[in-house]
Design a protein around this ligand. Structure first.
Ligand code: 5GP
Length: 173
């Protein structure tokens, strides 16, 4: 895969923000236990760093959904791949997303998990694109707000490439 990447959010800025999010979540959930749900695949690096920044007992789960193929724009249709394997009844659950764009994926996951009667259901997203939002879905913990550009790195891909980059960048054509 060819392409130049321009850095939008540096490794240092990401690390500092993840620490802040972890501290905020730890304070909000003090004395409670969490089930952290990693939305594969884009949030795997963010998730790994975030769970280590959270200082309350946690269990981790994985879910996968797709709305993007190899293209840079959403198909609008959300499909469930992998579902979580534990009951959520009475549990405190945080969905961990890489990026909330139209909001359709997050809304789909929230609806899917809400009917399983968790005690609470929040979302922590590394990135949000407020201008692209099509549905008014809640993001309780938000890392960075960005414009309508397509970003890669720190877990996010373009046609399956660039996930390993330690920073968030934009593909320069
Ligand atoms: P939504 O359903 O909110 O439109 O899209 C959510 C999913 O689309 C994200 O979890 C992510 O996989 C993908 N996505 C949205 N915007 C971007 C982007 O700028 N870069 C990458 N790599 N994926 C994106």
């Amino acid at each position: 895969m060819q392409g130049k990447i321009s850095v939008l959010i540096s490794e240092e800025k990401i690390a500092a923000r993840v620490k802040e999010l972890g501290a905020q979540i730890s304070a909000d959930y003090q004395g409670k236990e969490l089930i952290m749900v990693c939305v594969l695949r884009g949030s795997f690096l963010f998730f790994a760093d975030l769970v280590r920044a959270i200082k309350v007992p946690q269990k981790i789960e994985f879910i996968s959904c797709s709305s993007y193929g190899d293209a840079k724009s959403s198909s609008g249709e959300v499909k469930l791949g992998l579902d979580i394997s534990t009951p959520l009844d009475g549990k405190h659950v945080i969905i961990v997303e890489d990026i909330v764009d139209t909001g359709l994926t997050l809304q789909y996951i929230r609806d899917l998990l809400a009917v399983r009667h968790p005690a609470s259901l929040d979302c922590c997203a590394l990135l949000e694109k407020p201008e692209a939002r099509k549905v008014p879905v809640k993001v309780e913990y938000s890392g960075f707000k960005i414009g309508n550009e397509f970003v890669v790195g720190y877990g996010l891909d373009y046609a399956h490439y660039f996930r390993e980059l330690p920073y968030i960048g934009a593909v320069v054509d």
